[in-house]
Every structure is written in C-alpha cells, then in structure tokens.
Design a protein around this ligand. Structure first.
Ligand code: GLU
Length: 418
C-alpha cells in the first residue's frame, strides 16, 4: 500500500498515541477507531457531447457524539474511501477541539474538475448531492467546500438539495456565496486562522512577526489567504508554491498582487513577474525561512524530504501534510508544529457561524464573525499549548488530540455510550 492509501492508518496511530497519553477509557478509543457510517455512490452525468460518464463518490460520517457531522467535499482524481475516512476523522477531532457542536464528516468525488466544462461541473455537483441526499441535512450531516470545491459549486448543491426537500434548506451545506445564505468572512476564514495560529506560536517562542520569513506551499484558497494575513501581520512571504512552480522574492512577495495575478492566470503562480527567482514545484522545501505553511494536500513533508526543512514554526493549512515519521523528526529538532486540526480549523469554525446564521435567519457583520473566530481559535490554541507544556514528551499534535479526545470521551460517557 502506498503512503497515500495508508492515510487512515496515520489517523489511527495519532489517536492511539493520544489515547495512551490520556489513559482514556478503552471503549472511547474503540468507538473513535472506526467511522459510524460510510456511503459509496456511483452516479451518471451527461457530458456536453451527449455521452454519459459514471462517477464514483464517497461520504463518511465518522462520529456524531457532539452533534451532526460536518466536513467538506473534495473533487480530486485520487479521492478514495480511505482518504475520505481519514479526513472525516480529522473533522471529528477538529470540531471537538474548537468546541463546536459537531461531529466529523467528509465527502469526495473521484474527478479532475479541470477536465470538465462549467455546465458539466454543475451537473456533477447536482448528481453527487442527489446521490448522498438520503444521509445529509441541516441537523444530520452538513457538507462544505474542500479541495477544488468553491461557493458556486456549493450554491448548485444547496439548490439541488432544496428542490429535493421541497423548501429552501440553506443550513444543509456551508460555504455558500454571501448573497445566497453564506457568511461574511467564510472565504478567508481558513487562511486567516492558519496565519493567526502561526502568529500565536511565534509569540510563544519569542519570534518577532515583523520581518519573519514565510514559505507557503499551495496557493489555493487556504494558502493565498494565509499568505495575505501573514504579510498583514508584518511577516515577509518570500516564497509561494503550487503544482506549477515556486515564485520567490527575498524582499517579500506582494501577496495582493500575486493573488490578482493568479486569478487571471489559470489559478497558478507560474510566470509571476514580481518574483526574482522561479523554482521547480518541489523546491519550496529547500527555502530557509522562519515559518512554513503547507496548504496543499496531505503527505507533503515526509521522511524523504524532512531533512531539508529549515524553519522554526509549521502551521498546517492543509489536512495531514506532515507524516508521523516527519512529525517526530521535526519535533525532536525543536520545530513547533501547529497541527492541522488546530491550524486550519478557522474554516469549519466560520462554517459553524454560517450554519447558526442560517438557522436564525439573522446575519452578522464581518467584524462580529472575525471577533468570534479569533476568540475560539485563541481559546483552542491556549488549551493545546498548555497540555503540550504540561505533558512530558508529547508534540503539539498529540496535545491537540488529547484536548479533543477528552471532550469526546466526556460526551460519550454523559450520553451513556460507554
Ligand atoms: N473542508 C474544510 C476542512 O477541512 C472545512 C469544513 C467545513 O467548513 O465544514 O476543515
């Protein structure tokens, strides 16, 4: 099995280590080890040329002890149930860590969306929602965007689901456009949270944010906003990478200008005129810096390339970017890693605010959203850092799981599950 196929094994290893450190109730650990529900679907989509293609899709609901399950939908050619199970489990821990009243879920469709026209993408989004409709709902399982899904795709999905229901149910999926039940601040939320987590970590280790050198890997929604807010915090983003290359400028890239360039350049960084140097896509890891934000996919920092990492802080914008082997080596070297379930939790946190606003039919200002997001992120960061400092030999990642699992365990006991 390749490392990628083993992603669920990675989660199991992390959870087992945290359960041991916590001396958690055995039934709690057992209940967390397997998802409560998985669904495989295959559904037809009519292509523009009149032919029919059948797509494979997945949805996993990992655990709902804290509330309805919640988590994004990704469109990617390598999506499979193993990956979706791992991502759903991470959502359970993320929601618990942030104190959100949700369990964890995740979904995906095996597709390269870049090969589809806009009309085909819309039919695919609608077809997938029809296929998983029996198991989702605003009090049951609430999807959201993830890799390669955006507010427009979410709007088609909510529209399709509302037609099935016979009435508008905006709270069924979050990440909607603002003029269709979305929340102000949702688009920027994950990147903002990732940048904020890096700033909080910098304060802990006495790293001055002003002039701190940052490398961002992945320049989609999460990476681009993390870069933007880190530069607003005073840091110098010296390199941004995506699958087409790395753009570098030792004096700091102008992130607003780069975002503008990417929006008009097939969504890729390659060829950005503000760079003083361009490198091959994998070379981001060689750039010496203070903070790395991996914001692409899982398994990016592995035992094969970990020796090249030269930084003080890693703030994980992506889910699962650091393998357990690399995590161990970096922690021993003294790199402070803010784990994915904390560093990228800003997205689901503002998704929660969106859902609350949908259920209330009353909408907040951007300032209210950001203030509430900061409060929850700071609270979660402080509790993880405290556990990390107070527990001998655990990493920030295991400390985050410990905080999260103890809440899940308490809820399971109170509900009489164990
Ligand atoms: N896909 C995002 C994540 O991995 C957001 C999930 C959500 O907003 O529900 O956290």
């Amino acid at each position: 099995m390749s490392k990628r196929e083993n992603l669920y094994e990675v989660v199991l290893e992390q959870v087992t280590t945290a359960c041991e450190a916590l001396k958690a109730n055995e039934a709690v650990c057992e209940l967390l080890k397997e998802p409560m529900r998985t669904l495989n679907v295959s559904f037809p989509v009519k292509m523009d040329d009149g032919t029919i293609r059948v797509f494979n899709g997945f949805r996993c609901q990992h655990n709902d002890v804290l509330g309805p399950t919640k988590g994004g939908i990704r469109f990617h050619p390598q999506v499979d149930m193993n990956e979706v199970k791992a991502l759903a489990a991470w959502m359970t821990y993320k929601c618990s860590l942030l104190g959100l009243p949700y369990g964890g879920g995740k979904g995906g469709v095996e597709v390269d969306p870049r090969t589809l026209s806009k009309a085909e993408l819309e039919r695919l989004a609608r077809g997938y929602i029809r296929a998983i409709a029996p198991i989702i709902g605003d009090h049951k399982d609430i999807p959201a965007p993830d890799v390669n899904t955006n507010p427009q795709i979410i709007a088609w999905m909510v529209d399709e689901f509302s037609k099935i229901r016979g009435y508008n149910e905006p709270g069924v999926i979050t990440g909607k456009p603002v003029n269709f039940g979305g929340s102000l601040g949702r688009t920027e939320a994950t990147g903002y949270g990732t940048a904020l987590a890096a700033k909080l970590a910098a304060e802990k280790i006495g790293l001055e944010m002003k002039g701190a050198r940052v490398v961002v890997q992945g320049f989609g929604n999460v990476g681009s906003y993390a870069a933007k807010y880190l530069s607003e915090f005073g840091a110098k983003v010296i390199a941004c990478a995506d699958y087409t290359g790395v753009v570098y400028n030792e004096n700091g890239l102008n992130i607003d200008d780069l975002m503008n360039y990417v929006a008009n350049n097939d969504r890729v960084v390659k060829g950005y005129p503000g760079a003083t140097k361009e490198m091959a896509p994998a070379d981001w890891i060689d750039v010496e810096c203070d903070i790395i934000v991996p914001a692409a996919l899982e398994n990016q920092i592995t035992e094969d390339n970990v020796d090249k990492v030269k930084c003080k802080i890693i703030s994980e914008g992506a889910n699962g970017p650091t393998t357990p082997e690399a995590d161990k080596i970096l922690t021993e070297k003294g790199v402070l890693i803010i784990p994915d379930i904390l560093a990228n939790a800003g997205g689901v946190t503002v998704s929660y605010f969106e859902w609350v606003q949908n259920l209330m039919n009353f909408y907040w200002t951007q300032e209210e959203v950001i203030k509430r997001l900061e409060d929850l992120m700071i609270r979660a960061f402080e509790s993880v850092f405290k556990t990390y400092k107070e527990t001998d030999g655990v990493s920030m990642r295991i400390a985050a799981y410990m905080v999260s699992i103890s809440r899940l365990g308490d809820a399971m006991q109170i509900r009489g599950w164990c």
